[in-house]
Design a protein around this ligand. Structure first.
Ligand code: PLP
Length: 296
């Protein structure tokens, strides 16, 4: 079985013309061959949106939630709306084309296409996941970094696209290099007015007593599919769930803290700005076992 697979969308959106009249919704093509033009605005401007979907036991996880968010990000960029059926089929086909045993992911990308062409570009790429077992068991060190926007940026300045999953992730990568310079593995962004936001590619989750708490999605952060699923898990365990405004001291005093995201799942935070903090290994293990076992 191939280790990677690529489904290329023929008509990523019903609001735009197909690339080939009468062709199937997508084709499985050689992932190692070139498919994207150098004039594609996704490449030249980062003008597009994406999702990264976990695949466990061959099942794309939280697929509906990912495709909903994909559509929301596209709407924020005023891109043609992704066709949900074509994308779901492309994701499933790409996931099914690779080895179903190990953990994997499918990345969906929708770009504005070549300037002036009017047809968006779309693909779904499946590959094995990196090994995150150390992050999940030993935990991660984070540093708090000022994002430079107030907590109401999404309301005051929607054109900054905070809370949308755009292809412009150079900042999300730059902060990881800054974290490494400071001896850490990841970051927790803080608003310029002092509120905890999210990780570079993850949401912050705290356990405070019997309640799981996360920053509200009105803070210009991504509404996480993993966080959403974990709130469902928590309620099934009899735990409370809450969206709240959180500050640095809430992270310090929480009983446990994680960065949660697709593919890496729940990474317990074991150090903040060089200061060790408690990790709840048993609860983390049960959370990750549940996340890994999701069949939809
Ligand atoms: N926040 C940001 C900025 C992200 O990029 C991501 C995922 O990549 C998340 C949060 C977590 O979202 P999810 O759990 O849906 O992967």
């Amino acid at each position: 079985m191939p280790t990677t697979a690529l489904a290329l969308l023929n008509q990523p959106s019903r609001d735009a013309a197909p690339h080939r009249e009468g062709a199937a919704a997508f084709d499985l093509v050689d992932p190692d061959a070139p498919h994207i033009g150098v004039l594609d605005l996704g490449v030249t401007r980062g003008d597009g949106v994406f999702e990264t979907i976990s695949v466990g036991g061959g099942h794309p996880q939280a697929l509906e939630a990912h495709l909903r968010r994909f559509a929301g990000s596209a709407a924020a960029l005023e891109l043609p709306a992704p066709d949900p059926e074509a994308w779901a089929a492309a994701v499933r086909a790409a996931a099914a084309a690779i080895d179903p045993v190990g953990e994997a992911f499918v990345k969906t990308v929708l770009t504005r296409g070549v300037e002036g062409d009017g047809r968006p570009t779309g693909w779904a790429y499946a590959a094995p996941a990196a090994d995150f077992s150390r992050a999940r068991t030993e935990g991660i060190r984070v540093v708090l970094l000022d994002r430079g926007y107030r907590r109401d940026v999404a309301q005051t300045s929607p054109w900054l696209l905070q809370g949308s999953k755009t292809l412009s992730y150079a900042v999300n990568k730059a902060v990881l290099r800054e974290a490494a310079r400071r001896g850490a593995d990841d970051v927790v962004f803080v608003s310029s007015d002092g509120y905890l936001l999210e990780g570079s590619t993850s949401n912050l989750l705290l356990r405070v007593g019997d309640t799981l708490v996360t920053p509200g999605t009105d803070l210009g952060i991504l509404a996480g599919t993993t966080q959403g699923d974990l709130f469902e898990f928590a309620r099934g365990q009899g735990l409370g769930t809450e969206y709240a405004l959180l500050r640095e001291e809430d992270l310090a005093s929480a009983d446990a803290a994680w960065l949660v995201s697709s593919v890496r799942h729940a990474a317990p935070i074991r150090q903040v700005d060089g200061v060790d903090r408690a990790v709840d290994s048993d609860f983390t293990a049960s959370v990750n076992a549940w996340l890994l076992g999701r069949t939809r």
